[in-house]
Design a protein. Structure first.
Length: 363
């Protein structure tokens, strides 16, 4: 009997200790601080304005005026938080659709915490590696009530998740101030869509008399297995950094962390890039050296319809294809040709806009 009582006592003590340990671990997680700024974004040509709400638990307002930043970009911010948000509770006005949407949902706060904890590595101008943190959490609002959340830091933006809002009707309540009444003013709403500082004239003309492309921003999130490759002619060599902006709003840089600080340009160097499952690119920037050590940089901004169609065609018969997006610099370092290659196909990308710069730097 005494042995039995002793065993029960030990079991109860162990259970209490485990419960106390779990409580301490939970409190540690809840009190861990990560400084970040809340902001929101919307696609070009489809401005929105938050009517009420923001990130929730803790509450961080997204009432920041009319959004014009562009899909996945960081907009304005008025406050800083050090606690991980648990959800979204927002009502917003979609000017192009002339309606309100609302959302109240939990967001992937565990992924947010993980990204805060991990951060990412970047190579600075000195060539030394340094740790960088995410310092924005972005809520993106697209037509149809589509909501996407990203985290952003220096030269890197990572998607957290996609959520769905609901269209609602709001009748103008009494007692509103002069600005709040504008939400219900048809002249004001129309004026926002015609304001060239909010919707550039080129975008207005492009979208004129066209239906809103519902579903487009979900199609941006489709990912394929591909990698960029680079051909530098006439004995030129790649630099260590490639920057990619993707249609789904993500952004990152490929850097070879084993890249040596050059003392001799003739060092044999090739950037090692792996196949990655990722969205279709919006733009790609990279730099290279000619055989004399002259540094050049180039950026290719894709025509959205062309690059989208190219990926659709190449992956039509086999979704698991591994493809290369090849960037080939001409002999005089003044022009870049682009091809999407894979599954026995080669598709020339000819409608992109590009810039090539010759740097003052020379190795």
């Amino acid at each position: 009997m005494k042995n039995l009582l002793f065993i029960l006592l030990i079991t109860q003590l162990s259970a209490c200790q485990n419960k106390q340990t779990q409580q301490q671990n939970m409190e540690t997680t809840q009190t861990e601080k990560f400084a970040w700024n809340p902001t929101f974004t919307c696609p070009d040509g489809y401005p929105v304005e938050v009517y009420s709400g923001g990130f929730a638990e803790p509450y961080q307002s997204l009432h920041l005026g009319v959004g014009t930043a562009g899909w996945g970009e960081t907009g304005g911010s008025m406050s800083e938080s050090k606690q991980i948000p648990q959800g979204l509770q927002v009502t917003w006005l979609a000017f192009a659709e002339d309606c309100f949407y609302t959302i109240k949902c939990e967001i992937d706060h565990k992924k947010i915490e993980q990204l805060f904890q991990e951060g990412f590595e970047m190579r600075g101008a000195s060539g030394k590696l340094k740790h960088e943190d995410y310092y924005y959490i972005i809520a993106g609002f697209a037509p149809g009530g589509v909501v996407v959340v990203w985290m952003a830091g220096a030269a890197k933006t990572t998607e957290v998740g996609r959520y769905q809002g609901e269209k609602i009707e709001i009748k103008e309540p009494p007692g509103l101030d002069s600005h709040e009444r504008l939400y219900f003013d048809a002249v004001y709403r129309k004026g926002v869509m015609e304001n060239e500082k909010i919707v550039p004239l080129e975008v207005q003309q492009t979208n004129k008399n066209k239906p809103i492309p519902y579903g487009l921003w979900d199609s941006y999130r489709v990912k394929y297995v591909w990698k960029p490759t680079f051909v530098i002619q006439n004995d030129g060599k790649m630099n260590e950094r490639v920057t990619l902006d993707l249609l789904n709003g993500e952004r990152y840089s490929i850097r070879d962390f084993n890249f040596p600080i050059r003392t001799d340009y003739k060092d044999n160097y090739n950037l090692k890039i792996e196949y990655t499952k990722q969205a279709i690119p919006k733009s790609v920037g990279f730099s290279w050296y000619d055989k004399e050590g002259q540094l050049y940089s180039g950026k290719v901004e894709f025509d959205e319809n062309e690059i989208f169609e190219a990926f659709t065609i190449l992956y039509k018969d086999n979704k698991d294809t591994e493809a290369e997006l090849e960037f080939k610099v001409n002999m005089t370092n003044t022009f870049i040709t682009v091809k999407l290659k894979g599954n026995g196909k080669e598709i020339a990308i000819t409608k992109s806009q590009q810039k090539v710069f010759e740097s003052d730097n020379k190795w």
